[in-house]
Ligand binder design. Structure first.
Ligand code: ADQ
Length: 501
């Protein structure tokens, strides 16, 4: 029995929700990990108990690792089990296959892929290692829930070593169209591996549709049942897999409670006093080329050039959270962003006065993040492509005064649910985003409130607990027709309705 275990739920993800790092005294410390997957899953494990299997963020096996994780798990209320990797494995599996192949390819950026065959070899080895750790921690009655693109082969590896627990997979990032997916040299192997799960979940109907198109085009001897329902069944020669779309969410009530806390309110007042009479526009993103930060800055510059009334009236706070610093593309992206911020500030700053962009490249404290969410009248969430984007949902949850506007990319998974309250934009359309900024700035208070209320209602009704329940119900339900028909965002051809300005 592992510390904190009280249900048969076993979660596996690339990283554990804690990061182990060497301390100055030769000991090791644990800190909370970041990112969307961890933010989403922490409340699930806290609520249900179980075991979380993943890499602890450090290569090799530091002495006392098990003890450290056991005591952290006891405190958290669920078990933590480490998968250890050496440096070469970490480089080829994580930086290589996961982040130089699957990440760019699945975000439609195949020109950024490095299809190195040794990456695929290591990906298979490391997925086997995860399966071995899972096998030591589960029995056939358990439910193994595997997360994200790093671990697509785990069910196949579990079956190969004789584990027959129920397995499910959730993909946090988009699934590409068949034209893009077929560029992957290991496309057949990856599809075969995915079809060994009992349930596969995607963020949106578009991702699910892309996956099923790939199955239809690339696999022989498979049939699909239940089209038009939320959960479709794919029957292969030896196995049946359920496939559905389950938009991930946040612990809405927890964000509301934290945003309303006294220390956050005090910080909000400080920020407002620093920039009185200004509308703050907020961008918060991990450093990543999928998040569309240079395109957003170009749109902001366009807005300042074309709408002089914005001068000294709006300030963009762009927070970039450091990420994947070892990959060269990320460093050049940072240089590009910082160059643009410098150019725009150089063009518009009033000496001794207004600075249009306040830029921060660091990890914000939770307090600061919540205070920014609450203070900003406008959020600019404009990824070029994103599985869901939790920043959009967190921002709305924290808008407790309901007096703010979300500008959202139509290529974020969140657009499917939030299209009716947000201002939807095409992030590549510099003029369109600039117009949306102006529209949000000038929006009458009544419209702002009506839109934000609608957004918050949607997120409150479909929070993280709704997500986990609907996923788990899809895994065990006998009758899949009981699930509601799926919802999707389809870009409108009726331009005035989509961008009413
Ligand atoms: P990410 O690409 O990491 O997630 P996102 O969904 O926006 O993207 O989540 C970012 C998370 O980081 C948010 O929960 C936010 O609160 C957190 N964060 C922001 N600033 C922070 C800071 N300074 N310190 C710590 N945390 C911070 C992937 C996919 C997304 C998908 C999620 C969940 O790429 O599309 O929405 O998984 O499925």
């Amino acid at each position: 029995m592992v510390g904190g275990r009280r249900s048969g739920l076993i979660v596996a993800s690339n990283r554990l929700p804690v990061v182990v790092a060497p301390a100055a005294n030769g000991d090791y410390t644990l800190t909370r990990g970041g990112g969307g997957l961890i933010t989403a899953l922490l409340p699930v494990l806290r609520n249900r108990g179980g075991i979380w299997v993943g890499w602890p963020g450090i290569c090799g096996e530091p002495p006392g690792l098990d003890r450290l994780l056991e005591s952290a798990g006891r405190e958290a209320g669920y078990g933590l089990q480490a998968v250890t990797l050496n440096e070469d494995e970490e480089r080829k599996f994580y930086q290589g296959f996961s982040n130089e192949i699957v990440w760019p390819l699945f975000h439609d950026l195949h020109s950024l892929c490095t299809f190195d065959p040794s990456y695929w070899q290591t990906y298979q080895t490391v997925n086997r290692r995860y399966a071995e750790v899972l096998a030591r921690n589960c029995t056939d009655g358990d439910f193994v829930w595997v997360h994200d693109y790093h671990l697509m082969n785990v069910a196949q590896e579990l079956h190969a070593i004789g584990v027959h627990a129920k397995t499910a997979f959730f993909l946090h990032i988009p699934f590409p169209s068949v034209d893009i997916f077929t560029k992957l040299p290991w496309r057949f192997q990856v599809l075969h591996a995915l079809l060994e799960y009992d349930l596969i979940g995607f963020q949106t109907l578009r991702d699910r549709r892309n996956f099923l198109d790939c199955v239809r085009h690339l696999m022989k001897d498979v049939t699909l049942h239940g089209r038009g329902q939320q959960v479709v069944t794919v029957t292969g020669p030896s196995h049946q897999v359920r496939v559905g779309n389950f938009p991930i969410s946040i612990d809405f009530n927890d964000f509301v409670k934290r945003a309303a806390a006294a220390e956050v309110s005090a910080r909000v007042q400080e920020l407002k006093a620093l920039l009185p009479e200004h509308q703050l526009i907020l961008g918060v993103d991990r450093l990543d080329y999928t998040k569309g930060i240079p395109e957003r800055l170009a749109a902001f510059r366009h807005a300042l050039r074309h709408y002089p009334e914005l001068h000294e009236r709006v300030t963009l706070i762009q927070v970039v959270v450091p990420s994947r610093a070892d990959i060269p593309e990320y460093n050049s992206l940072k240089t590009q962003i910082e160059g643009l911020v410098g150019e725009i500030n150089g063009e518009f700053t009033r000496p001794g006065g207004w600075v249009p962009i306040h830029y921060a490249y660091r990890n914000l404290t939770r307090l600061d993040l919540l205070a920014y969410y609450r203070t900003a009248q406008i959020a600019l969430v404009t990824p070029l492509k994103d599985g869901m984007n939790l920043v959009a949902k967190e921002y709305c949850a924290c808008s407790i005064e309901e007096d703010s506007t979300l500008i959202l990319s139509e290529f974020a998974g969140a657009a499917a649910e939030l299209q009716r309250g947000a201002l939807l934009v095409n992030p590549y359309d510099v003029e369109g985003v600039a117009d949306a900024i102006y529209h949000a700035y000038a929006m009458p208070k009544r419209e702002r409130r009506a839109r934000m209320r609608r957004l918050r209602r949607t997120i409150r009704e479909h929070d993280i607990f709704w997500w986990v329940d609907s996923f788990l119900r899809a895994a065990i339900a006998k009758d899949l027709s009981a699930f509601p028909a799926p919802r999707d965002y389809v870009p409108s051809t009726d331009e005035p309705e989509l961008l009413p300005f």
